[in-house]
Design a protein around this ligand. Sequence first.
Ligand code: ZN
Length: 333
Amino acid sequence: MHLFSFRSPPYTGPLIKKMFETFATGLYSLDTMIELTDQWGLTNRYKKLIVRTTMHRVLSNPFFYGCFKFHGEIFEGSHQPLISKGLFDKVQEVLGERTKPLTRHRKFTYSGLIKCGECGCFICGSMFKNDRYELYRCSLRKRHIKCSQHKYINKSEINRQIGEQIKNLTINKMVYSLLMENIRSRNEEESKIHINGLEHWNRIEIHCEERISRLMDALSEGMINKEEFLQKKNEIITQKIEAKEKTRFHKTSVGAWHKYAENLIIKSSHIYEIFSEGDEADKKSLLLAIGENFRLKNCTVTFDLKPPYNFVEAVNKSSSNLCVMRGQGDLNP
Ligand SMILES: [Zn+2]
C-alpha cells in the first residue's frame, strides 16, 4: 500500500471515502471520477494526478475497509477503516459493470441498452449522411418473429425523450419536505429493527472470536494442518468483519435517515445535469444506475426507474398534483 501511505496527510482520508461513495452511486464513469478527484485535489503521494489504473487499484483495495491481504491470507488490520465493507462491495459491483468491455457497442450509446418494445431484440445504431446522423431501430435479429418496428429514430430524439423523463427527478422545495417527511416516518418503524440487529450481530462477533481461539488450539494440538487453519480462519475473519460492520451500521442507523434523505435529494437533483452535460460513457452509466427495461416502440422510448428513484418520481408527481389542486400550477421550472 504505497499509493496513499499510512502517513498520508489527514485530508486524504475523507477524500478517499468521498471517492468510494461517489463511485458507488454508479452515476459516474472511471474517467469522470478522475476529473472529479482532480477537482477535489486528491493526488498520489508524488502530487500527481490519479490515473485510471491507480483509481481502479484503490477502489478494489480491501485496505480501506480495515483489512489487508498478505500471501492470500486476509488480515484484520489494526487501522481504523475508512469505509464500510458494504460500501466496498457496492463499489466492486459497479467496477465489474464499468470494466466489462463495451465491445462493438462502444460507438453507439443506446445499442445494448434499449430493447425493441415489440420483439424484444436490442435496437442497433447506424451512422448516416457522413456520420451526421446517428439513427436507431430494432435490429430485427429474431428471424422467426415478424417485427413491424422498421422506422428509425434519431439519437437526439432518444436523448430528448429520456431527458424529459429524467426531469421528473428534479426536486423542488415542496418535494424536498415531502420526501424528508416520508423517509422519516418510514424510519421510525425501522429503528426497532436496528435494535434487534445490534444485539444479533454483537453475538455473532463474540462467537467469531471464540471460534478463532478454538481454531488456534486445534492447530497447536495438531488436529488440523496449517492449510485447513488458514482457510477456516479467513472464513471466520470475513464473517467477523461483516458482523463488526453490521453492528456499526445498526449503531449509526438511528437518525441515519436524515443523511440518506439528503444524499438522495442531492443525487437526484444532479441526474438531469449529468445526463444532459455528460459524455456518452456518463450517460450510459447513469441510465444503467437509475433505470431498467429500456424499450423502444413506435419511436417512443420508455423505461422503469429503479428504487429509490421511482420513489422520488412518485413523490414528485403527487406533489405536482397537490399544487394543481391548490391552484398553484406546476412548480417545476
Ligand atoms: Zn423488433
